[in-house]
Write a protein that binds this ligand. Structure first.
Ligand code: ATP
Ligand code: MG
Ligand code: FE
Length: 336
């Protein structure tokens, strides 16, 4: 069974070919990071234009690399929510055209569910499990039962983790996107340099805006006094706090729900400290942690195709979309 995945929800244009849910025959990703770097964040209108410019070529390359033609495609999967609406519509329109032109069923996919399914490409994931979703726009703790029902247990009340990484990096002036840069600096700095208060948030919810503000205030204070600040020290203090909170809440959810499996999903799943720290703490209490390899952490179409594969098996009706399919900028994971 061949699924063609299409992803254009943000600033990556990606098309992938997935065979039988496990074998990624191609996964072409064209990132616009260098274009949006200049602005310190994604500019929606520019993102849409680049998707339009690139998408047909990316399809051609993906089919060629997978050594197939559109005649071999059984299903087309496309991200329809959540994301930048103009960016989503490029992928959706393109997918509809292909589906109509080649008479192939169209499967709409929820982008955050797909980030979670990024784990299922390479690993055998035991259900029920807890998923920690940490991406540019989302931070959630999700319970997934044996029948692939998604139940949201908690979410951020303000900033997403990835967003906080990008913002503190921007204020420190160390580059974009901030996540990978802060992650590297963590190992060169003093974790004790900045005391960051623990946010008081109950249950499985999160708050990151206070932590972000602690770093921003430290930078502003230094600048006002004409002093130097050390990005490595602030990065180390910031990442230490963020990862500690993510680990504590995720492990608490896993223990409360009695699950033996945790997965990390979304762009921040690429974070080296989060991977090692959560794995270490979980192993001490007999819980297994999996995370996707780097390409399947940030936006990619292989995870979109993978999510469609499981939607075919376990999804609620309607599985397929017709040509009236529309994009949605926001959509709760439980309403997909
Ligand atoms: P969403 O999936 O919520 O719609 P998005 O698609 O823009 O948002 P992703 O592509 O999943 O987000 O992830 C991008 C984010 O991941 C950025 O905020 C980036 O800084 C962060 N990130 C990437 N690598 C790392 C890392 N090593 N450590 C921390 N954050 C990272
Ligand atoms: Mg991106
Ligand atoms: Fe994403």
């Amino acid at each position: 069974m061949i699924i063609l995945g299409i992803e254009t929800s943000c600033d990556e244009t990606s098309i992938a070919v997935l065979k039988d849910g496990k074998e990624v025959l191609s996964n072409n990703i064209s990132s616009q990071i260098d274009i949006h770097k200049e602005y310190g964040g994604v500019v929606p209108e520019i993102a849409s234009r680049h998707h339009i410019k690139n998408i047909a070529t990316i399809l051609e390359e993906s089919l060629e690399e997978a050594k197939i033609t559109m005649d071999d495609v059984d299903y087309i999967a496309v991200t329809y929510a959540p994301g930048l609406i103009g960016a989503l519509l490029v992928g959706i329109s393109f997918a509809k055209g292909l589906a109509y032109g080649h008479d192939i069923p169209l499967i709409p996919v929820h982008h955050i569910k797909a980030h979670i399914y990024g784990n299922f490409i390479e690993h055998n994931i035991e259900l029920p499990c807890i998923a920690l979703v940490v991406s540019g726009g989302h931070t959630n703790i999700v319970y997934i039962d044996e029948k692939h029902n998604f139940i949201n247990l908690g979410a951020t009340l303000d900033d997403a983790v990835g967003e906080s990484y990008d913002k503190v990096a921007r204020v420190m002036g160390i580059g974009y996107p901030g996540g990978p840069i802060v992650d590297k600096l963590y190992y060169k700095g003093n974790k004790e340099a900045l005391k960051i208060p623990e946010p008081k948030v109950d249950g499985y919810d999160f708050s990151f805006s206070g932590i972000k503000t602690s770093v921003i205030n430290a930078v502003n204070k230094a600048r006002m006094k004409g002093e130097e600040f050390k990005p490595e020290d602030l990065s180390a203090s910031f990442q230490e706090k963020v990862v500690d909170i993510l680990c504590k809440k995720t492990l608490k959810a896993a223990q409360d729900k009695g699950v033996k499996q945790i997965v990390i999903a979304g762009g921040v799943a690429a974070n080296s400290l989060l991977r090692s720290e959560l794995s270490l703490r979980a192993s001490k209490i007999g819980i297994k942690v999996n995370y996707p390899s780097m390409t399947y952490c940030t936006d990619n179409a292989a995870m979109i195709a993978e999510a469609a594969y499981y939607k075919l098996k376990y999804g609620k009706e309607p599985i397929f979309a017709d040509l009236t399919l529309n994009g949605k900028a926001t959509l709760d994971i439980m309403k997909d």
